[in-house]
Each structure stands twice: as C-alpha cells, then as structure tokens.
Design a protein around this ligand. Structure first.
Ligand SMILES: [Zn+2]
Length: 463
C-alpha cells in the first residue's frame, strides 16, 4: 500500500497523464555523489547485538557495507549521509570520523550524519554495548583493529563520494510496509495469529520514507530509505545485513547504477516477526524493497531550495545516580552484567572523582528545501518519537531516523520509561550507563528537535 506524501501531486500527475519525472528533468540545482565500501570483517571476530553468543562469527551470508551520499545545494552547502550495516557506533568513533572529515574535506559537524542499520549479525564495534561481552585479549585486539580500519574506510568513502559530485534532481516520498510489530505489546509466538485477526497491539510506524537522487538523464544514482524496525531477524554465527541488507541488495539489483542506503528509523520497540530464518530476512528485505520501488515508480515530491543543517548535543540527565557503596555491592552481583557495569563505573569514579549525571545526547536536523525535514536522533529510539515528531513538525514532510551519530542507549519516551521493561531502562546495563534516564528524557529531546527545526527552517529561507 502506498501513502501519498503530497496528494496534490497525484492530481498534477493525472492531469499531465504521466509521472512527474517522465520528462527529461532539469538538472543543475543540486549536486550529489555516492560511493560504497565493503566493511565485512576480514577475520571471524565477535558478533554484536546478542549477549547469548558463545563464539565468534563462522561464516558470511551477505557482505556488510558502508555507503556515503554527499549532497550539495545550489549555494554550495554540503551534507554527507554515511550509512553502515552495523549494530551501532559509539561517540568516540563518531568524533574521530567527524574530526577527520573536517580536517580533510572541511565538512562541519552539522553537515555529517553517521547512521547505522542496527543489524545484529555484524561485528562488535568498540565502545558500543561494552558490558554485553566478556572477551579475551585476542578478541579485543580484533575489535580495536576493525574499528581502526572502519574509520579509515568511512573517511575514504566520503572522499570518493565527494569526487563524484554531479548535477542531480532530488525527490522524496513515503511508502508503507507492515512487518514491524510492537514487541512490547505482542507476545512473539502469538503474532501470526494476532496479525491474521487484525489484533496486533501497540504503536508502530510503518512508513517507508524514500529519497531519490537522479542524474541529468533521469537515472537513479542513489536511493535513501528507512524503516522503523529492529534488524533482528537473524541471530546466527554468519555476517549478514539482515533485512535492511537484503533490501539494499534487492534495490541495487533492480537499479544497477544506484547505491541504496538504509537508515534505521525509531524502531527500538519494534521487531520483524516472525523471525529467525534466513528466508524471512530475505522476505522482509524484499517487502521493504518493493515498498521503496512503489514510491520510486510513482510521482515523488521534488526537492528544491537549499540545504540547512543544525547539530547539537544536549545534556540528557540520568535518574538518581547509584552511590559508590551501591556500586561496590553490585560489583559482586551474581548477574555478571550488573557486576561488569559496576566495575566499569567504579573505574570512572576512580579516574574522574564522580559519575557524570548527564550524557551528551546528539540531535541533528537537516532541512532539504521547504519540502523535507530530516530529524536524526542518537541511540535506540522508540517509535513514540517518530510518531510524535512527524505530527508536530509537519505531517508528510518529516523523516525521523534513530541509531545515528552515537548509539549510547535505548531512548524511551516518557510512556515507555514509566512502563519500564527492557527499552524503558533494563537495557541500560548493557550500555554501561549508571541508571535509567530521568523523567525529562522525552521533553528535552523533543524541545531540542523543535528548536533545531526552527533554526534550520530560518536558514533555508535566508537569501
Ligand atoms: Zn536494539
């Protein structure tokens, strides 16, 4: 099923009797360049996302990729979106990559989005989900080496994309697919039955936002798309991009000259269900790619005007911090994750004198002309955020993504925080954070987004 982003466009297309882009487009307003690099680990190292794995990877189902799309508006202002088939990246890697991109290509922080697909069949990336794994020195060295190589590759792939800048037309639209299920409100085993009966519960965001980048000859050069759902179909010992990987493969097969970039939405409380079979990862990938293709084949909203980008970090407060005594007690807890976190935090107290009561949480907004606002949030963001922000900012003109710039924790809404559970606070232990978020988590993030949107829109209007 397809949802039209701009109903009037359908009317225009019907009157014209042809899709909006069937005529030779006028290229030249925007420029873009895209490139990709294989980031599948060369060695069979530890895999990320599940604490239950007992050994390193043993094989490969699909390659993992990092992809870069550079956009340049008519005034020469640039933005680069980097997507990675990885579970997440931490703040240190993000900082290191952005510093290098600034030095090498003069790209300011706000012009860079580093996004991940959250595949649970990729490698451990140092600094992300640190407490989840208990690894020996050999494994730790493999991770450190991988991150070093990854950093080099990310900077290089942006350079390659910059080198390919050429006139393009940008357009966007929204598709729809339904395999994401709210995992907090539906028992996984009951999902097929509930789905059939139309009784699945809980908020979901089934939008499939799509940005198309076409050259002067109307050929697709890049396709950016998103979906709000965990990439957790698979949990085996083979590298895989999971369903987002399969969707990207399907699109690049359908459009061999294009690079397909997947950008995870606010799917922290969403799972693809049923799951745990390679055929299902392929099937969901195909469903998602089909939704994207429907958008691409229909009239899309052309993006004119300018690009403006805003980036900021807000001091997001935790709830009351644990005392040193509590941590000493926790450090011998029978739950090894609780004990590992306590030891990590005690080390922090030793080094810095105290625990920090806040986390520098990244919020980013790109305004692509008057027609599209990209909101990029850090962490594993629950679906309430995308539903709320799309409604409040501009329905049909807003794209909200999570898992970007720094995946430091789950980001519950106030509702989910109050309800508790894994996404509400339980997962904080695996991220090595001292306690749950404070009750202002949603209020502060949403306020920061609105402030940035206002600023970005103001910049777009400036002459
Ligand atoms: Zn997750």
């Amino acid at each position: 099923m397809l949802r039209w982003t701009a109903p009037w466009l359908c009317v225009v297309a019907l009157l014209a009797g042809s899709p909006a882009w069937s005529k030779e487009p006028e290229a030249g307003n925007w420029k873009a360049g895209a490139a990709k690099v294989n980031i599948t680990p060369e060695k069979y190292m530890w895999m990320s996302g599940y604490s239950a794995r007992k050994e390193p990877a043993k094989g490969k189902l699909t390659d993992l990729w990092a992809k870069a799309l550079v956009l340049e508006d008519p005034s020469g202002r640039r933005g680069v979106l980097v997507t990675m088939d990885l579970v997440g990246i931490d703040r240190n890697l993000s900082l290191a990559v952005c510093n290098e991109l600034k030095k090498k290509y003069k790209l300011p922080r706000e012009a860079i989005v580093l996004a991940t697909s959250h595949t649970h069949s990729g490698p451990v990336v140092r600094g992300n989900l640190d407490v989840m794994y208990f690894l020996d020195e050999t494994q730790q060295k493999l991770i450190a080496d991988y991150v070093q190589t990854l950093q080099t590759k990310l900077v290089a792939v942006v350079g390659e994309a910059l080198g390919k800048l050429a006139p393009v037309q940008l357009a966007w639209g929204n598709g729809y697919t339904t395999f994401a299920v709210n995992r907090r409100n539906n028992k996984e085993a009951d999902v097929p039955k509930l789905r059939e009966a139309g009784q699945l519960k809980g908020p979901v965001d089934h939008d499939v936002p799509v940005l198309s980048v076409r050259d002067a000859k109307n050929r697709l050069l890049a396709i950016v798309f998103g979906y709000a759902c965990h990439a957790t179909v698979l949990s085996g010992q083979e590298w895989s991009g999971d369903y987002p990987g399969h969707a990207q493969i399907a699109l690049e097969k359908a459009y061999p000259e294009a690079i397909a970039l997947f950008w995870a939405g606010c799917g922290a409380d969403q799972n693809p269900v049923p799951r745990r079979a390679v055929a299902l990862a392929e099937e969901y990938g195909k469903q998602l790619a089909d939704a994207v293709e429907q958008v691409l084949k229909a009239p899309m909203t052309p993006l004119g005007g300018k690009l403006s980008s805003v980036y900021g970090e807000i001091d997001l407060p935790f709830d009351d911090l644990p005392s040193r005594d509590q941590l000493v007690k926790d450090s011998t807890d029978t739950n090894r994750y609780v004990a590992a976190r306590a030891k990590l935090l005690l080390k922090e107290i030793e080094q810095k004198g105290s625990l920090k009561g806040t986390y520098p949480y990244p919020v980013q907004v790109w305004q692509l002309g008057p027609e599209l606002t990209w909101v990029t949030l850090g962490g594993e963001v629950v679906v309430d955020y995308s539903l709320r922000l799309k409604k409040e900012i501009a329905p049909g003109k807003t794209w909200v993504a999570g898992y970007a710039n720094d995946v430091m924790a789950y980001i519950p809404s106030l509702r989910v925080l109050k309800e508790g559970g894994y996404e509400g606070g339980g997962a904080m232990v695996y991220y090595g954070l001292p306690t749950v978020w404070g009750p202002k988590v949603e209020e502060l993030i949403v306020a920061a987004v609105h402030e940035q949107v206002k600023k970005a829109r103001g910049m777009v209007k400036e002459k």
